[in-house]
Write a protein that binds this ligand. Structure first.
Ligand SMILES: [Zn+2]
Length: 315
């Protein structure tokens, strides 16, 4: 597990070993750091039939089937609104009251929990307060303020801290990757470890950043965009949004990073960056909702707009 998750994992273990282990957890992470690694480990441990030293064994049937585990119920955003639907919540509650298929625990994973709407949250309140025996709820969110306070009061909150630059540096060293790459992965993908765990996704993110830098320095946007071998509209739009955020923050808070230095000041006006970010968000939402977008066309128009806003830079 990533080293900055260690302290939170200890809190989880303390809870699991207490006399009355929680039956509803909420993993709260900073928006810039994804905590799925920790949440997934907790889920695996809860389902494992033979945990050893408070780790899932990795050998038993439960450990081997993981995602397709019949006693793992996922509540995730669905549809264009991107919310967790109350019907899905009710279905999973019904299943929770039946006997677990594999004789162990049942786990209901709600992720991201901030996508619960009022009706879905209300539907969960009672069962989270008193779950059927053997059922454990695991919520994960970066936005705990969006959860119903009455729901939050029933959850064991585990906070994931922001990794310090020192920890990132140590980790980068021990993995033999560059710290700058880790910083870029953290900033652009919110997953510092993707340098190692998802090199393909990281490489694409870095390609997008490089392409943005080339256009910023005056290269023709339509020529640059042809250099993307695999145009993934979702990753590309996520990266473009984050780059805009970095440039906005650099101007508001003077916050610099390998991302801002790649682009080099002076930066475009904040108002233009906000407008552009909204345009990117539209492409991202379409890609997230699985709406078939012509990725090349969508990215082509975004890059053209990106080139345009740099013509408004003074000096
Ligand atoms: Zn196991």
């Amino acid at each position: 597990m990533s080293p900055w998750l260690d302290s939170s994992w200890h809190l989880v273990l303390e809870g699991l070993q207490s006399k009355t282990p929680p039956h509803a957890w909420c993993i709260v992470h900073p928006p810039a750091v994804v905590a799925s690694e920790l949440t997934d480990q907790l889920v695996r441990l809860l389902l494992c039939q033979n945990p050893t030293h408070h780790q899932p064994c990795g050998q038993c049937v439960s450990c081997r089937i993981q995602e397709s585990h019949p006693d793992l119920m996922l509540l995730e955003p669905e549809g264009a609104a991107g919310m967790i639907k109350v019907d899905s919540v009710r279905d999973s509650i019904d299943i929770a009251y039946t006997t677990a298929s594999m004789g162990g625990r049942r786990v209901v994973l709600v992720r991201p929990a901030d996508c619960l709407n009022q009706a879905s949250s209300n539907a969960l309140l009672k069962v989270v307060e008193e779950p059927p025996s053997g059922t454990v709820f695991v919520f994960q969110t970066a936005l705990p303020g969006k959860l119903l306070p009455t729901l939050v009061s029933r959850l064991r909150m585990v906070k994931v801290p922001m990794p310090t630059p020192e920890i990132l540096e140590q980790t980068a060293q021990s993995l033999g990757v560059s710290q700058e790459d880790m910083m870029i992965a953290k900033t652009l993908l919110a997953e510092p470890m993707s340098v190692q765990t998802n090199p393909e996704r990281f490489a694409l993110a870095k390609d997008v950043l490089q392409a943005m830098a080339r256009v910023r320095h005056g290269e023709d946007s339509q020529k640059v965009i042809k250099s993307f071998a695999k145009a993934d509209a979702l990753v590309a739009s996520i990266v473009m949004e984050r780059v805009c955020e970095c440039l906005i923050r650099a101007q508001f808070d003077g916050l610099n990073s390998p991302v801002t230095s790649t682009l080099a000041p002076p930066y475009p006006p904040v108002a233009l960056l906000y407008q552009f970010k909204e345009r990117i968000a539209e492409v991202r939402k379409q890609a997230q909702a699985g709406i078939a977008v012509n990725a090349g066309l969508a990215l082509g128009s975004l890059f053209a707009a990106w080139g345009f806003i740099w013509t408004k830079v003074q000096g």
